[in-house]
Ligand binder design. Sequence first.
Ligand SMILES: C[S@@+](CC[C@H](N)C(=O)[O-])C[C@H]1O[C@@H](n2cnc3c(N)ncnc32)[C@H](O)[C@@H]1O
Length: 356
Amino acid sequence: MTTSLDETRVAAFGEQLVGAYVGGMVALMIDLASRTGLLDALATGPGTSEELAARAGLAERYVRECLGSLVTAGVVEYDAGTRQYTLPAEHAVLLTGPGSMNMAPISRFVTLLATHVPGVAEVFRTGGGVPYEAYRPDFTNVMDGVSRGVMDGQLLDGILPLTGELPARLTEGVRAVEIGCGTGHALNLMARAYPRSSFTGYDLAGDAIDQARAEAAEWGLTNVSFEVLDVARLPGEPPSTAVFAFDAIHDQADPAGVLSRVRAALEPGGWFVMVDIKAASALEDNVGNPMAPWLYAVSTLHCMTVSLAQGGAGLGTVWGEQLARRMLDEAGFVDVAVHEVPDDPFNSVYVARTPR
Ligand SMILES: C[S@@+](CC[C@H](N)C(=O)[O-])C[C@H]1O[C@@H](n2cnc3c(N)ncnc32)[C@H](O)[C@@H]1O
């Protein structure tokens, strides 16, 4: 039996594939242009490749070739008459600057995770996972680059106000904890904003905790401390008024156990503020979500595999709102509310309380 092919569909899928491969390469060029300062140089105004190379202290031949990719991808504009390259202001706002709008650091996930394809291919066959340590120290820095701008732009004025009276309690002075704090920037921001409260951050990664402590020391903070700890052993005493988890539940080996620990570490009426990936739990409900292919890929190449490497649940990046709500409920939280994160298309804010 011969199967007749729909040639139009073949051609359309061919174009789709080329688009996917081109997108991957353009992401690498954005990473390169961002980390070398080429995008920052472009953001200060138009220039020829020679001028831009001089502005950023780079080798002109590389600048010109990389710009060839970015121009043909529609990221940068080129005037053949003047040989000048321009980063439109509307593009610069999404590719440069310190705030939550800058999406350039996200490209570094592509660069980093691509290097782990061979390792994941191994465990794809055998089961198990690639351990967190295999991703460090690069993961620590890539994650910091992605979350730092969002926290700078949104934590104090966008995320915390979603929790009701928690900012007022932090102003009065309470005890608060962050689990999976990474480089600790979010906790340092809160410690600086709420000097009467005391904050403790926990993470498995020694390199991340070193960076967290260094920033706290640089800022002269005396109300924040950081410890290397597996939060599966999060202490319940002394009880906290708030526990924060920013993108730190779905890659746990034992997410249900950690949620129970968080619940036990909170005082009655306490707050669990969890920023986690915005998605649905069922695959069919994520079809059409433009971020979904990215999320499942990040899960395969990082979040799920680091959990499986510890014999863990392998919840994955796309555990989704329905399962998250169920697990919060099973851990004993009440009044769970889910909000959008301003300027962050990837995440939701879950605000959960402990019973009074
Ligand atoms: C996706 S990163 C998020 C880091 C940081 N919260 C941020 O938003 O930049 C997850 C963090 O959780 C940490 N982590 C994972 N499992 C952990 C555990 N059982 N105990 C402590 N930290 C853990 C990882 O080392 C990593 O730093």
